[in-house]
Unconditional design. Structure first.
Length: 223
């Protein structure tokens, strides 16, 4: 059976060192900050910050700059950048909504089974959140697109020659590390979501539904 991720004329692969470099470029800053935030919360210092228009606008700028840098590096290396572009469609929109609902259901069923403290970093951050719709929408669009392009279309697709499970596992590990700032519960929810969209992408090769599901999830968390 033909691999859906090999549908492109020249299916791109990612060498180990290139993949590591792009992961560090795109997610290294967030991983370090995430682990520092978790350590501070565990030490009793609290989450340290709540979501705000300013913090989300800063995230948007950082992701746009890092995305431009990563794309420039990949282009210089001869990587086919068109392989990273989600292709919107009405069928993809319905699939994306279904992915969001499926991932949400899985998270809702699994999280109550996992022992966790009543207070969590992500709970503190959401409790003090002050975010306007005019900031939330562009941030959700950019963040959802950024994460899924570099985790699914680049990293997981690029590593598939090492095996589907390995590629999915590495993508989930990266997703886990930069969501640790949310605490164990939030990080687990991110991994469960990542498993749903990752398996879907492996089976179909369709990126847009995964991007849209992420955008919906980001927006729904605040709305």
């Amino acid at each position: 059976m033909k691999d859906p991720l090999d549908a492109a004329e020249a299916p791109p692969h990612a060498g180990p060192f290139e993949a590591l470099g792009i992961v560090l470029l795109c997610f290294g800053w967030f991983i370090v900050g995430s682990l520092q935030s978790l350590a501070a919360w565990q030490a009793g210092a609290g989450s340290g910050r709540a979501f705000s228009d300013g913090s989300l606008a800063g995230l948007l700028v950082i992701e746009l700059v890092l995305a431009a840098a990563a794309m420039a590096v990949l282009r210089a290396r001869g990587y086919p950048l068109q392989a990273l572009c989600p292709r919107p469609s009405w069928s993809g929109a319905f699939s994306g909504a279904g992915l969001y609902l499926g991932a949400s259901l899985l998270i809702t069923l699994v999280l109550p089974l996992v022992p966790h403290p009543a207070d969590t970093p992500i709970g503190e951050m959401m409790a003090g959140a002050h975010v306007s719709l005019s900031t939330l929408i562009p941030v959700a669009l950019v963040n959802g697109t950024y994460e899924e392009i570099f985790l699914l279309a680049y990293l997981m697709r690029g590593l598939r020659r090492y095996g589907a499970s390995t590629a999915l596992g590495i993508a989930l590990l990266v997703r886990l590390l930069y969501h640790m700032y949310q605490g164990p519960v939030g990080a687990l929810a991110a991994v469960l979501y990542g498993a749903v969209v990752g398996v879907y992408y492996q089976r179909t090769g369709r990126l847009f539904p995964a991007v849209l599901a992420h955008v919906i999830a980001d927006a729904a968390a605040f709305i």
